[in-house]
Design a protein around this ligand. Sequence first.
Ligand code: GLN
Length: 473
Amino acid sequence: MLSNESITSLRAKLSAGEITPVEIIDALEASIAEHDSTVAGYISHDFDAARAEAEQADLSLPLGGIPIAIKDNINVKGQALTCASKFLDGAFDSPYDATVITKLREAGAIPLGRTNLDEFAMGSTCSNSAIKPTNNPHDPTRVPGGSSGGSAAVIASNTAIAALGSDTGGSIRQPASHCGIVGLKPSYGRVSRYGLVAFASSLDQIGPMTKSVDDAALLLNAITGYDPADSTSLDDDNTDFTANIDQGVAGMKLGIPKEYFSESIDPAVKAVFDDAASKLKAAGAELVPISLPHTEYAVATYYIIAPAEASSNLSRFDGIRYGNRAENPENLIDLYRKSRAQGFGAEVKRRIILGTYVLSSGYYDAYYTKAQKVRTLIRKDFTDAFNEVDAIISPVAPTPAPKHGENADDPLQEYLADICTIAANLAGIPGISVPAGTTQSDSGSTLPIGLQILGPDLGEAAILRIAKAVENS
Ligand code: GLN
């Protein structure tokens, strides 16, 4: 089945003339028909449009003829965009391509299918999707993680070859870990955010989600680079992320932060981490115990800054300019109020209320300014650590994929599970989740567990190289 293959293997077959791009689309359509009723990873797809593009595909380009699934918070011109919110569902078509989509097209790739997410990317389970929940392909009684849970699930169920996700506090890496695929959050500014529906603009990054580390490097090559439409985008250093990927880890120093191993870490996650670490050591890396002393404040800091930015960003959803509008308003304020009350789900409302509170006069300094100061300390922890080590290794999430409904009534418990991933967003550094092992659940299913590798600013090439060593071990 072509749908089971990676970008790398399909590219080889396309170049050799053994297959055509249309055959890949056909294989995906068949695989989606077979599996997506169980997994429910897609919100929408347009096979005819993809087939028309596949017929024109330029196979000399790096991703020529490769279909890529797109998280449904990234604009693709002419396609419906929902952000898994009732606010937009059925009421918004993208008027333009996000820069990452333009870049994918320039590299020859074909956007195919919109993947499910937590509403406006707020959550860790996909259960906050106002459209439907997504199931973990390894065990449908469990969540795929989130917020890019749809992207992770469609790759793991071989109903996509690769996908784009977005990561504000772990939303690429955590579902990648729960679904057993590779997920990379690039350095802040490495990939343009133009056309990504903003959640928390100082934290958001788009990144690749793939079946292999090589594929992540190929996809990253295609989407990076300076974009005048995103004022935070960085100058392109023209790194070819595939170039040194096979050089191994001999001589590399890998930091193990003691604060990432609290008692909340599940023994199975710890066992997979220990096994991966000892394999990296056997491959020639030096393991160095380190400290990131402000880690304990990361969750609190994130859940002030991210909601503050979200409350501002989501003010554009007013019932006037975007999406659904409430009927029979009494006046303009009532129109705003009703449209927002009807359009947003509970988690989104919680974030808007929290964010508005921490930004309000009288509380701004006590919460928002203080959080910004702690953010600087968290970033300094990493700067200090990267003076000593080349990269940092840790678990991605404290547990394997939870069951549907676990923590449903306890948002704080769910927020605490972001402990290993959010500091990277606060610091702006790159991170990758690579499959490192599995555990058996009580019901006998086999659940994947990832290893997280964090690198210094613009250190994607190094973390990909370490991830490749883990993949090969
Ligand atoms: N789980 C985190 C949150 O709910 C991260 C989400 C994300 O990275 N988009 O905010």
